[in-house]
Design a protein around this ligand. Structure first.
Ligand code: NAD
Length: 276
């Protein structure tokens, strides 16, 4: 199943669905990513802090897939924010991945209390200008952080990767991103699988379409135009999560899922999170 691309604000194409590898140990990442690539995924979402860039890189290297057909995202960890430290951390990530460039490089968290995301992003602009990241962006930025960033730098972020699922629909953020030409990417698109996939409204829609609850939630995201990166290490689920391009939800299904918003986060509040 071929995943359709999203055209980012600099013309780069990014598959609308990719494979997330948070909490996948380095020695399991190679086989999980290999399974995903065999199933048809072409986009992989990792981060320096996940500790599995080497495993991801090995799977990419042995896949036989042409580099230009793959889309690799990694992220700068909080402790490396700052201009020079960002350039060093990026070199380390590229080396671990065994790549000449990444497709997308993201600032993992804004750390507003530290006040370093602007200088960090200026290093991102240098990396981008050098062609070592085909696109640059951010993660967990609130609209107020984006506003500061955009006012102080020249490359509008291509993507903001934020927690987003039916229980946390992020309407204000999505509206702001759309105004600025920033694509919204959902992390924990399945709400980490906990509870959300048992919600009666979602189970009912799944039964109606003869699909799994996970497939229904992923379809909801895709039909809203969001980029998704579901994670699994179970081969059957890895395959199931990409089998979502041969059916669609109707207006009523979409409305029933959109009615599930509770503005409830699973993860930290980006305004307060400052772990390094
Ligand atoms: P997710 O919403 O993708 O849920 C993954 C979990 O859901 C799995 O561990 C499994 O328990 C369950 N699951 C997956 N497929 C299923 C299926 N078909 N049927 C039933 N259960 C299923 O959660 P996630 O891993 O937190 O998020 C996805 C990716 O987003 C991560 O791997 C990572 O790449 C990224 N992420 C980024 C940040 C960030 O700060 N930028 C934070 C968290 C996650």
């Amino acid at each position: 199943s071929k995943v359709p691309p999203i055209i980012l604000n600099n013309g780069v194409e990014m598959p609308q669905l990719g494979f997330g590898v948070w909490q996948v140990p380095d020695d399991e990442a190679e086989s999980a990513v290999a399974t995903a690539l065999e199933a048809g995924y072409r986009s992989i979402d990792t981060a320096a802090i996940y500790g599995n860039e080497e495993g991801v890189g090995k799977a990419v290297a042995t896949s036989g897939i042409r580099r230009e057909d793959l889309f690799v995202t990694t992220k700068l960890w909080n402790s490396d924010q700052g201009y020079d430290s960002t350039l060093r951390a990026f070199d380390t990530s590229l080396e671990k991945l065994g790549l000449e460039y990444v497709d997308l490089y993201l600032i993992h968290w804004p750390l507003p209390s530290r006040g370093t995301f602007v200088e960090t992003y200026k290093a991102f602009e240098k990396i981008y200008a050098d062609g070592r990241a085909k696109a640059i962006g951010v993660s967990n930025f609130l609209p107020e952080h984006l506003e500061t960033l955009i006012g102080a730098t020249s490359v509008i972020p291509a993507v903001n990767q934020i927690e987003l699922h039916p229980h946390l629909q992020q309407h204000a953020a999505r509206e702001y991103h759309a105004e600025q030409g920033i694509h919204t990417e959902a992390w924990s698109p399945l709400g980490q699988g906990k509870g959300l996939l048992e919600v009666p409204a979602i189970v009912a829609i799944a039964q109606k379409h003869g699909r799994s609850p996970a497939q229904i939630v992923l379809r909801w995201h895709l039909q809203l135009g969001t980029i998704v990166i579901p994670k699994s290490v179970t081969p059957s689920r890895i395959k199931e999560n990409i089998q979502v391009f041969d059916f669609s939800l109707d207006t009523e299904d979409m409305a029933a899922i959109s009615a599930l918003n509770e503005d409830r986060r699973i993860g930290p509040d980006p305004a307060a999170f400052d772990m390094v």
